[in-house]
Each structure stands twice: as structure tokens, then as C-alpha cells.
Design a binder for this molecule. Structure first.
Ligand SMILES: [Zn+2]
Length: 296
């Protein structure tokens, strides 16, 4: 079980809880919705190609209990579990801020947008059915927390806090890639060895790098790590999630066969391997999936 620093302060300054909004215009459900989730799962390459032209909502008032904005300390996670998402965001972005500084550059934080149904973004309108994604144009990570139920109930993932943390860290990995120009390296958009797959595997690796350091990240506001303990079981949950979002696993489950030529995110084995590589090394340099000799 992930343990949190009860006294650690949660910083909600980059969090936008947009769950009170409409979004009813963007309605995708049932099997079709799941197919869309698969296409866009953890998307980061070109969200504009995935987004719908209709105008969603999601800009309304926050939930009655104050939503994520009302999360103040680690202790709040015991009362309201959803506050853990603020802890993930804080830990991930604080890590990258420190890492960029260590490398002599400046990290520009992304916004963290939580929504239900549909949401307007700098990349157009999006629906929950697309799964979590990153929009480079407005530098925002977008997440419908209900996605994790889809992962568990429809794709058979084990779930768990750290499975969720992995997904959040993967999306912020796309932000890091955007800041460092990795996105521009994408020329080929599908296929087992495509640049799109390389970009996704790199985001998995970056999520692993953060995981390696997660319990050492000093929150900018509290001076102590907000995540104090990650167990073997937690890591196993993240690995399970990485397996579950592998293209081959999803394809065999959804279409009954595996077609590597249409992969956009990489196989289960690849995703686990690159996450593990980041986790083991804690080193961004280990994440060069674009290297000519990178064995995907
Ligand atoms: Zn992705």
C-alpha cells in the first residue's frame, strides 16, 4: 500500500477540478467507447487527431465538497481518497522540477485537469472514453478518474493506488517530452517499431524514473516527501497496469488477434520493460527509446 505523509501539504495550484461541468454533448458509450479508449489510451502523440470537433463542457463549478481543490494535507487522503491524485501530481511535478534544475534547465509545470464526461482543451474537445491524455498546446494533463474503473472492469487490471500513479506519471512524462523536444522526433505514427511507440515507451520509462525517486521527492511546500512508502505490491500493480495497456493485450482482447503494424503504444512486454528500466535506474538517460540501437 502506498503510504502518504499525513502532515505533508498538498499543493492544488496546478490542479483544475472540472468535474462539475457539462460535457453531455460528447457521448460515447458501450463497446464503441471502449474501442476509442484503446485507440487513445494514454495518448500523447497527436491528441488533435483523436479529438472530436464538437464542443464539450467541463468548465463548470467544482463538486459540492470542494473537489480536489479542497485537499490540503496527506491526512486528507484518509478521509477522501481522491486527494491521492493531488499527491501524485505534486510528487511527479516536484520531481521533474528538481530534475530539470539539476540538469541546468527550468521545468514549466503542466496543469492537471480532472473531468468527467467531456472537456474542452487547447487541443479541442475530449471525451472520457479516450482515456487520460496530454495536450501539448495548453500543456495540460487530462484525466477522468473513472478511467481506472474501465481499466479494472473491462480490461481486467488489478488496479490500486500505484497503478493510478503510474498512469498519471506517464501523462506527465509526455509533458516532459514536450518540454525537451522529444515529441518532434515522431515521424511514423504506427507499427511496433514506429516513433509513436518509441515516444510512448519513453513516457513509460519516465514514469519509472519518477517511481524510483518518488519517496525522495521533497514537496516544494512541505519540505518532506508526500509519498513515504511504496511496497513491492505497489510496484507490481503499476507493472500490471502497464501490461494491461499493451497494444497486443488490448488487441487480443478486443479484436481476437494481434496486428503489430497498427501498434501505437507498444506491447505489454515492451511497456513493462521500459517502465522497469526507468524504475531500476532512476536515470533519464536510460530512457532513450529513439536511439538507433535501442532494442524495443
Ligand atoms: Zn502516452
Amino acid at each position: 500500500m502506498v503510504r502518504y505523509n499525513r502532515r505533508g501539504r498538498l499543493d492544488t495550484s496546478r490542479v483544475r477540478d472540472r468535474r462539475g461541468g457539462g460535457g453531455g454533448k460528447v457521448a460515447i458509450g458501450g463497446i464503441g467507447g471502449i474501442v476509442v479508449v484503446i485507440v487513445a489510451l494514454l495518448a500523447g502523440v497527436d491528441p488533435t487527431a483523436l479529438l472530436q470537433a464538437t464542443d464539450g463542457g467541463g468548465g463548470g463549478a467544482p463538486p459540492a465538497d470542494g473537489g480536489l481543490q479542497a485537499c490540503e494535507t496527506g491526512a486528507d487522503i484518509e478521509q477522501r481518497e481522491e486527494c491521492r491524485f493531488v499527491a501524485f501530481e505534486n510528487s511527479v511535478q516536484d520531481f521533474w522540477a528538481a530534475e530539470f534544475e539539476r540538469q541546468g534547465s527550468r521545468y514549466e509545470p503542466a496543469s492537471f485537469n480532472v473531468f468527467t464526461g467531456g472537456v474542452s482543451t487547447g487541443c479541442g474537445s475530449a471525451s472520457s472514453a479516450m482515456g487520460p491524455f496530454y495536450c501539448p498546446r495548453d500543456q495540460g494533463v487530462y484525466l477522468d478518474i473513472g478511467f481506472f474503473r474501465v481499466l479494472e472492469q473491462q480490461l481486467g487490471a488489478e488496479g490500486g493506488d500505484f497503478a493510478e500513479a503510474y498512469v498519471v506519471a506517464h501523462e506527465f512524462g509526455h509533458h516532459v517530452q514536450n518540454l525537451t523536444g522529444q515529441n518532434d522526433r515522431v515521424r511514423s505514427r504506427e507499427g511496433a517499431e514506429s516513433d509513436a511507440v518509441r515516444l510512448e515507451l519513453q513516457a513509460d520509462c519516465l514514469a519509472g524514473v519518477w517511481s524510483h525517486h518518488a519517496t525522495q521527492v521533497d514537496a516544494t511546500t512541505g519540505g518532506a516527501p508526500i509519498i513515504t512508502e511504496i511496497s513491492r505490491e505497489d510496484i507490481a500493480e503499476a507493472i500490471d497496469a502497464a501490461e494491461t495497456v499493451g497494444d497486443d493485450y488490448i488487441q487480443s482482447r478486443q479484436q481476437g488477434n494481434v496486428t503489430p503494424e497498427t501498434w501505437t503504444h507498444g506491447s505489454s512486454e515492451q511497456r513493462v520493460e521500459w517502465f522497469q528500466r526507468g524504475l531500476d535506474t532512476g536515470d533519464v538517460a536510460a530512457c532513450d527509446t529513439f536511439a538507433a540501437d535501442a532494442a524495443l
